[in-house]
Design a protein around this ligand. Structure first.
Ligand code: EPS
Length: 395
C-alpha cells in the first residue's frame, strides 16, 4: 500500500492519494472525519484549530459505501485559505508581500530555506508545517478501517507533558501481561479522548493543564511522551530476513517521521538496556495447547516479527518550536543577531501527536498485514487470514 500527501498549511487544502487496499470493505467520510476531529483536540492548541473543522471529501475509490480497490483520493479544505489568498497566491501579484527572513530555531525554517534556495522563509514554513498530518490521519483512517475487519484495534494515550507523569504507570500493566491480546486497544481511546490532554489519570490532567498555563504565560511551549498500543495483531507480521522487513524498524520510521518526534521505543525500550536479560525477555509457556507469555516487555515484537501480543510503541515529542517569548536567531537579510519571529502556533500538541502516531502505526500494520495475506477483495484477504490462523497459528 502507498500514500502521498500534497498541500501547504495556508494553501487551498491538503490532498492524499491512497492505493493498494482490497475492494469491498466499508468506508465512509464520517469514519475519516471522526479521526480527523480527534487530531484537532487537546488543551494547548493555537487559534488555527478554532478556524478549522477538518473534513475530508472522498473524491474516488468508493462506491455505495464500499471500496473499489482503485486509488482512494481525499481532499481536506483549509478554511483559513480565504485569509491567505494574497500571501499564498499561485500567480505572481503586484501587491508587496512581506518576506520572512528570521528563522525559528527548532523548526525547518533555516534548513529548508538554505536547501531549497528560497528568499522567503514562508516557502519553507508552509510545507514543513505539521498541518500536513491532517492528510496522514485521513489516509491512515483507511488502514484502520481495513484492520477493523480483522478486529485489529489501535489506541493511544499521552504519558507525560512537560515532565509530569501519571501517579501509577498504567503501561506497567501491559508489560506485566495484565493487558493481553483479548484487551481492546480502542478502550484506551474511550478514556484518553475524554481527557483534555488525552491522559488516563485524571489527577495528572490538572497538573498538566496548570503546567501548560504556565508555559503560555511565559510565552513558552512544552513537549511530552505518548504510547500507542495495537491489539488483535496475529503472530507473523514482518520478518528477520532483511532489514526493511523488520516490523519494528518500519514502525519506528513511521512514528519518527511525525513532526517534532525525537525518540521512539518499542516495548520497554531504553529501560531494558539497564537490566539483566532474565528481567527483560518474556518467558514462553504452554496454556490450553497454545503458546503464551507471562509478560510483554518486548512490546509484541521479537526478531522483527509480531508475537501475537499487543504492540507497544512509545514516542517523545520535543516542545513546539514557535515561542511567543522567542530565543536568539539571525536575520538572513542583514546577517545580524535578532530574536526569532513569532508565528501563530500551538503551545502543546502532544495529544494530537499521539493520534497521528496511532495513524502512522495503523498504516504500517496494514502494510505488513497485506504483504502477508494479500487479496484483491476483502473476502479473499479474510480467507487467507482464516487459513493461516486456523491451519498454522492455532495448535
Ligand atoms: C497545525 C499544526 C501547527 C499549527 C498550524 C496548524 O503547524 P506548525 O508545524 O506550522 O506549527 O501551528 O497552524 C498554523 C500554521 C496557523 O496558521 O495557525 C495543524 O496540525 O493543523
Amino acid at each position: 500500500i502507498k500514500f502521498l500527501t500534497a498541500g501547504e498549511s495556508h494553501g487551498k487544502g491538503l490532498t492524499t492519494i491512497v492505493s493498494g487496499f482490497p475492494s469491498n470493505f466499508e468506508l465512509s467520510e464520517d469514519y475519516v472525519n471522526f479521526h480527523l476531529a480527534r487530531r484537532q483536540m487537546g488543551y494547548g492548541r493555537g487559534l488555527r484549530m478554532k478556524i478549522e473543522t477538518d473534513k475530508a471529501e472522498i473524491l474516488s475509490g468508493v462506491r455505495f459505501g464500499k471500496t473499489l480497490g482503485s486509488p482512494i483520493s481525499l481532499f481536506i479544505k483549509n478554511k483559513d485559505w480565504e485569509n491567505w489568498t494574497d500571501k499564498m497566491s499561485l500567480e505572481p501579484i503586484e501587491k508587496e508581500i512581506e518576506k520572512i527572513t528570521i528563522p525559528r530555531p527548532g523548526h525547518a525554517d533555516l534548513v529548508g530555506t538554505l536547501k531549497y534556495n528560497f528568499n522567503d522563509i514562508r516557502n519553507s514554513i508552509d510545507r514543513s508545517s505539521a498541518r500536513e498530518t491532517a492528510a496522514r490521519v485521513a489516509a491512515a483512517s483507511i488502514a484502520r478501517k481495513f484492520l477493523s475487519n480483522f478486529n485489529i484495534q489501535i489506541g493511544s494515550f499521552v504519558e507525560s507533558i512537560g515532565g509530569i507523569y501519571p501517579r501509577e504507570n498504567f503501561i506497567d500493566k501491559i508489560f506485566n501481561g495484565e493487558i493481553s491480546q483479548n484487551y481492546s486497544a480502542e478502550k484506551l481511546n474511550h478514556i484518553s479522548d475524554k481527557s483534555a490532554v488525552r491522559v488516563l489519570d485524571a489527577q495528572q490532567e490538572n497538573k498538566i493543564i496548570n503546567k501548560i498555563k504556565l508555559a503560555k504565560k511565559k510565552g513558552d511551549t512544552l513537549g511530552g511522551t505518548f504510547y500507542v498500543v495495537v491489539t488483535g495483531v496475529p503472530v507473523g507480521l514482518g520478518s528477520f530476513i532483511h532489514y526493511d522487513e523488520k516490523i519494528e524498524a518500519a514502525l519506528s520510521h513511521a512514528v519518527m517521521s511525525i513532526h517534532a518526534v525525537k525518540g521512539v521505543e518499542v516495548g520497554i525500550g531504553f529501560e531494558g538496556a539497564n537490566l539483566f536479560g532474565s528481567q527483560v525477555h518474556d518467558e514462553i509457556i504452554i496454556k490450553k495447547n497454545n503458546f503464551y507469555r507471562k509478560t510483554n516487555r518486548a512490546g509484541g515484537i521479537e526478531g522483527g516479527i509480531t508475537t501475537g501480543l499487543p504492540i507497544i510503541i512509545r514516542g517523545a515529542m520535543k516542545p513546539i518550536a514557535t515561542l511567543m517569548s522567542p530565543i536568539e536567531s539571525v536575520d538572513l537579510a542583514t546577517m545580524k543577531k535578532v530574536i526569532a519571529r513569532r508565528e501563530r502556533s500551538d503551545f502543546v500538541a502532544v495529544p494530537a501527536c499521539a493520534v497521528i502516531a496511532e495513524s502512522m502505526v495503523a498504516w504500517v500494520i496494514a502494510d505488513f498485514f497485506l504483504k502477508k495475506f494479500g487479496g484483491d477483495s476483502i473476502e479473499e484477504t479474510k480467507d487467507n487470514f482464516m487459513n493461516f490462523t486456523q491451519k498454522y497459528f492455532q495448535r
